[in-house]
Design a binder for this molecule. Sequence first.
Ligand SMILES: C[S@@+](CC[C@H](N)C(=O)[O-])C[C@H]1O[C@@H](n2cnc3c(N)ncnc32)[C@H](O)[C@@H]1O
Length: 281
Amino acid sequence: MASENAEQVLAAWETSSQYWNKHQALIEKMYAPLTRALIEAAQIVAGQSVLDIGGGAGEPSLTIARVVGPSGHVTFTDPTAGMVKAAREESERRGLKNIEFHQSGAEKLPFADDSFDVAVGRLSPMFFADVSGALREILRVVKPVGRVAFLVWAEREFNPFFTVITEVLNQFVAAEPEAEDAPTAFRFARPGKLAKLLGEAGAVSVKERALKFETEAPVDISEFWELRTEMSDTFRTKLASLAPDEVEAVRNAVLKAATVYFQSGSMNFPSQVLIVSGIRT
Ligand SMILES: C[S@@+](CC[C@H](N)C(=O)[O-])C[C@H]1O[C@@H](n2cnc3c(N)ncnc32)[C@H](O)[C@@H]1O
């Protein structure tokens, strides 16, 4: 990825960090099934030293800190200052003592070779500036026979949490055709794509599995609109290009299309991710 592109990606995440911080508790709850699945795929147990890549507002680091317990340790990394601050403050609020924070991208990690038992990344690999370089770098800092596990979104059609807004917005703002390797949520949705890169980076016993889950939270449909349009830089940018009456029209159309996911009185979207794991030789 060209370096100005990489800078744009990081600037977008820097702006997003205030919203990920604002919605931290909700995001933690919505994606708790993902955290559990990632911990299982990485086989994380008490006493281990775990590296989290692109930890955002704190997950999965904060949950893993409890799983590894006082004899274990978590190292949270994220390249944006706002995310690091949000995660650190939440950790302090919880009184966690076995976690440390570094502002760092995956491409150049400030750690010695063979430092960690395990490395994980939840919903972050699609934003790496240099994916192959980052995977090699992550494997460098994991100990021999240590595990790495990443979680990425599966195809759009399985994720109406995104498409219910995208499909309406595309009627108002012309969608640019997306390059195969654009650093967006669905960059690794195609089965096998991230797994192949992980194998090429040197991992062995590479496995991929699809996980269906429900994106559930006790929010109503207008809270969903606020959550989604704040969390996503793409949605924020597109909405900012519209006149107020157009924004209102998009909002009304989205609320109508999303009603089906609020039948139970709270939010419930069928969702799907891929979990890709491997072992450092
Ligand atoms: C969708 S968020 C996921 C955050 C968190 N892991 C979660 O699941 O809630 C993506 C994260 O990737 C981070 N990121 C962007 N570029 C990165 C890079 N080159 N290396 C590591 N992380 C990166 C962003 O700052 C952001 O916090």
